[in-house]
Design a protein around this ligand. Structure first.
Ligand SMILES: *Cc1c(COP(=O)(O)O)cnc(C)c1O
Length: 395
């Protein structure tokens, strides 16, 4: 047992750092033979057989036709353009990774920020979305924060009522289950990321899933420089193609993903059980009937009850070799490109963003790692009275 926490001079709780992500890739032996096939064939990109097979599997898994991309952000840009978004206003949460809002600006539209729900799920508030709709609104771009699926049913209904597009940045939510099946075919279209930091990874990669044949047709052309047939460029496209090697890595992730998903759920349950006994920690929740992939476990730190504020907690955990992140802080309406925006009254977003911490959750997380994370918070809380007048940032 340590005498004291690392902040006060004790040994760090984690001998080797617990990083914010720990990607788990297939073993080299499992890749070699297919890699040789790809290299020997010379077909390393341009819709090769591995991409075709990966898209076939994804379409089945997600329950609607799916196209793959070189990364999630390109899938997002393509989704907006293929949905006809070129101007007007798009309603979006400010509590998201900035990529979401950047995509709106890149498309030529203006982001209008909506607040999030005050129920521990960090999802966009459908009532605030309704309030923010004007005659300029062309779309809602909702987000699944940390892989927690937003209220698709309600948002889809708003879209139908108001005749606007409903699009989902589900970059973090690949593998999230709703009513027993993977989310994927909601709204007009939905995108996912397979970045190295995500739970299902191609190193870099993304996907667009839709039931709308027009969106799919346009997205397919946009992904390939706007080409619909040889020499026929009907769209102002880009290069959004996925490489064969990325598709191969994606295909190899399939077999282990279900057990990774289970490990993530079990780890979050274990973390929750421990963390909820500590005063001043609100652990992020999933709505009923949903199994998020839990890209991270979000917790909100109440300074008064816990004894330290979020920034001190993050700094103290860093000294324990426990790397946490302040996702999504600052919220997008506080970032330079979006300052002075007319919709900056977002009380829940501001409250949460100044208190949030994202804790690591891994595909291969161990129970003892969960227990040490809980211990780190418990010991910090116990020591908080002693150190409340110090600031770890000055130590
Ligand atoms: C990861 C992420 C993206 C970007 O995806 P990339 O594959 O890294 O381009 C966009 N939006 C959200 C919410 C994300 O979490």
């Amino acid at each position: 047992m340590r005498e004291t926490i690392a902040w006060l001079g004790g040994e760090p709780l984690f001998a080797t750092p617990l990083r914010i992500v720990r990607p788990a890739f297939p073993a080299v032996e499992d890749l070699v033979s297919d890699l040789e096939t790809i290299l020997d064939s010379g077909r390393v990109t341009n819709n090769g057989p591995f991409v075709v097979e990966f898209e076939r599997w994804l379409s089945e898994y997600l329950g609607a036709d799916t196209l793959v991309f070189c990364n999630g952000q390109t899938a997002l840009l393509t989704m907006l353009k293929a949905s006809g978004i070129e101007g007007g206003e798009v309603i979006v949460p400010a509590f998201t990774f900035p990529a979401t809002v950047h995509a709106i600006r890149w498309s030529g539209a203006a982001p209008v920020f909506a607040d999030i729900l005050d129920d521990g799920t960090f999802r966009i508030n459908p009532d605030d979305v309704r309030r923010k709709i004007t005659d300029k609104t062309v779309a809602i771009l909702a987000v699944d924060p940390y892989g927690i699926a937003c209220d698709y049913a309600d948002l889809d209904e708003i879209g139908r009522d108001r005749r606007i597009r409903v699009l989902y940045d589900s970059a973090a939510a690949f593998g999230t289950r709703l009513g027993g099946r993977a989310v994927g075919a909601f709204g007009d279209a939905q995108i996912f990321s397979f970045h190295a930091t995500k739970a299902f990874s191609c190193m870099e990669g993304g996907a667009l899933c839709s039931r709308d044949p027009t969106i799919l047709r346009r997205a397919r052309a946009l992904r390939n420089f706007g080409q619909v047939a040889e020499g026929d460029f009907s769209e102002v496209g880009l290069n959004g193609k996925m490489m064969e090697v990325s598709a191969l890595i994606g295909l190899k992730q399939r077999s282990g993903f279900e057990s990774s998903r289970t490990v993530r759920l079990r780890s979050v349950a274990r973390l929750r059980e421990g963390l909820e006994t500590i005063p001043g920690i609100l652990v992020g929740k999933a709505p009923r009937g949903q199994e998020p992939i839990w890209l991270y476990l979000p917790v909100v730190i109440d300074e008064e009850a816990f004894g330290l504020d979020r920034d001190d907690v993050a700094a103290a955990l860093q000294k324990e070799n426990l790397h946490v992140r302040k996702y999504y802080s600052p919220p997008c309406h506080r970032l330079a490109p979006y300052l002075g925006h007319r919709d900056d009254l977002l009380p829940v977003t501001d409250y949460v963003a100044s208190r949030i911490l994202a804790l690591p959750v891994y595909n291969d997380m161990k129970d003892y790692e969960c227990d040490l994370i809980v211990q780190a918070f418990a010991e910090l809380h116990a020591a908080s009275a002693k150190i409340s007048r110090l600031s770890s940032r000055d130590v």
